[in-house]
Design a binder for this molecule. Structure first.
Ligand SMILES: Cc1ncc(COP(=O)(O)O)c(C=O)c1O
Length: 460
């Protein structure tokens, strides 16, 4: 919860016992409270805002604590466990490296690294000829910015301009934070990168963006050029695009992204997609950008790349990926063999088990049911956005004013009923079950969500 926390006072809640959920104790569990208090005492407060569930074990699409409670998970620990929690094939792959043992290699070669990179490149569109592995998503987006700027200077650009979008988010390290929009989150930096620019996002509630997405793109980009005195040919190296907006699951209109691609090609700019939340089947395509019918130059991935250990990826053409000289783009934990084994097993599982198609097909049912919820509560929910097994419910009143507090209460209520959702701290609740979820469990989760909303509105 942005700036605040959920209550740690245990409350009596109705007991739940279904095939997929079990709530057998007070919530939060009284025995878990001292553990949360220890965390508060010894760890930065910035880590504390999540639902007070103490994870002991997670398998498939369920999360268990040590006191007999069991949750249906609609979070995938924020878009990570696409192949399911504790996926057996991923565990086996990790174990085989751990038991050999080969726990770390820095940039020395390992069989795991070769196997993984080769599989990754072979199974992604052909413009991606090389990959570079890192640990965190924010490192991948930083790297995307670096590559676009290096490419721009090589092309003779005078300034390293990169354009992003209002409302986008790319990570917490300094460059990624600057590339992100949220002005309040950037105050600590004390200055702004004069070569990072943001243009308005074509939200579905902006009529002009809906009626004429292409015109909306050109109007705003031309406005930026005029007010900043920029020449696209000389000053702009690329676009950094979050495939859909993290907080809202809002996708761009297709015509908008196509216009952006045309503009980029005309002016020697690159396009980098931040696929952190959208990648690895989440939206019903291997990568979310595929919904737009464009060809990015750079892809920055993370989260669902391993369904487990810290792994992020940058993909691009040989020409782009070889811009940095030997040793100038590396990180101590890049391409750790254990992580590479997890990444390979994960991607294989997603492809071989058809999880991408599963996300698309189950996603249609998911969105139909969520839209039925929206229709049931039209005074408090005005949008259901997303694709595949990714959705966001937007809680707004009839004037369009955000109902963030209601979204928070619904998240907490759902947890008490045995369902975990992604609490954004804003007026949205995001839903992203592991792609392995069964139809029956998916529908049970949606029903629990509807009950949680109804109970919160009735003040129960
Ligand atoms: C779209 C997007 N980009 C970048 C990041 C940063 O990834 P990480 O937290 O792994 O650094 C996130 C994380 O939430 C994200 O959602």
């Amino acid at each position: 919860m942005a700036g605040s926390r959920f209550s740690l006072v245990p409350e009596d809640v109705p007991k739940v016992d279904t095939k997929y959920r079990r709530i057998a104790t007070m919530i939060p569990v009284p025995e878990s409270v001292p553990v949360f208090e220890d965390l508060e005492r010894f760890e930065s407060v910035s880590m504390h805002g999540q639902l007070p569930v103490f994870w002991d074990r997670a398998e498939g699409f369920q999360v268990y604590d040590a006191w007999g409670n069991k949750w249906l998970d609609f979070s995938s620990t924020i878009f990570v466990t696409n192949a399911g929690h504790g996926n057996e094939r991923i565990r086996d792959a990790i174990r085989s490296v751990v038991d050999r043992p080969l726990l770390h290699t820095y940039t020395y070669a390992s069989r795991e690294r070769v196997n993984y990179i080769k599989y990754l490149v072979d199974n992604t569109p052909e413009q991606f000829e090389k990959a570079f592995l890192l640990s965190a998503g924010t490192e991948a987006t930083e790297c995307g910015i670096k590559l676009m700027r290096m490419n721009g200077f090589k092309q003779g650009k005078k300034r390293p301009g990169i354009i992003g979008f209002e409302g986008n988010w790319h990570g917490r390290t300094m460059g990624a934070q600057m590339m992100s929009y949220n002005p309040a989150q950037k105050e600590w930096i004390g200055y702004l990168d004069p070569n990072i620019f943001h243009v308005p996002f074509p939200y579905p509630w902006r009529p002009k963006a809906v009626e004429d997405p292409e015109g909306y793109f050109y109007e705003n980009i031309e406005d930026l050029m005029r007010t900043q005195g920029l020449s696209a040919d000389e000053d702009l190296c690329g676009f950094m695009i979050e495939t859909f907006q993290g907080w809202s699951a809002a996708f761009y209109p297709v015509a908008f992204v196509k216009a952006l691609q045309r503009f980029a090609r005309e002016h020697g700019m690159l396009i980098a997609f931040d696929e952190m939340q959208a990648g690895f089947g989440r939206t019903g395509e291997l990568f979310g950008y595929m919904h737009y019918g464009v060809e990015p130059d750079i892809l920055c991935c993370g989260k669902g790349a391993s369904s487990s250990l810290p792994l992020s990826i940058v993909l691009g053409s040989r020409e782009i990926m070889d811009l940095p000289e030997i040793g100038s783009m590396s990180s101590t934990h890049s391409a750790n063999p254990v992580v590479c084994a997890a990444g390979l097993a994960n991607m294989r599982y997603i492809i071989e088990e058809d999880l991408i198609d599963r996300s698309r097909v189950l996603g249609e049912l998911f969105h139909a049911r969520l839209n039925a919820i929206k229709n049931r509560f039209p005074d408090v929910i005005n949008y259901v956005l997303g694709k595949g097994l990714l959705a966001a419910l937007h809680f707004n009143d009839n004037n369009g004013d955000p109902l963030s507090d209601l979204a928070t209460r619904v998240s907490e209520r759902a947890m008490r009923k045995g369902l975990l959702v992604v609490h954004t701290g804003r007026e949205t609740i995001k839903l992203a079950p592991p792609l392995t979820i069964s139809e029956e469990a998916l529908l049970e989760g949606v029903e629990v969500l509807a009950e949680a909303i109804s109970e919160c509105l009735e003040g129960r």
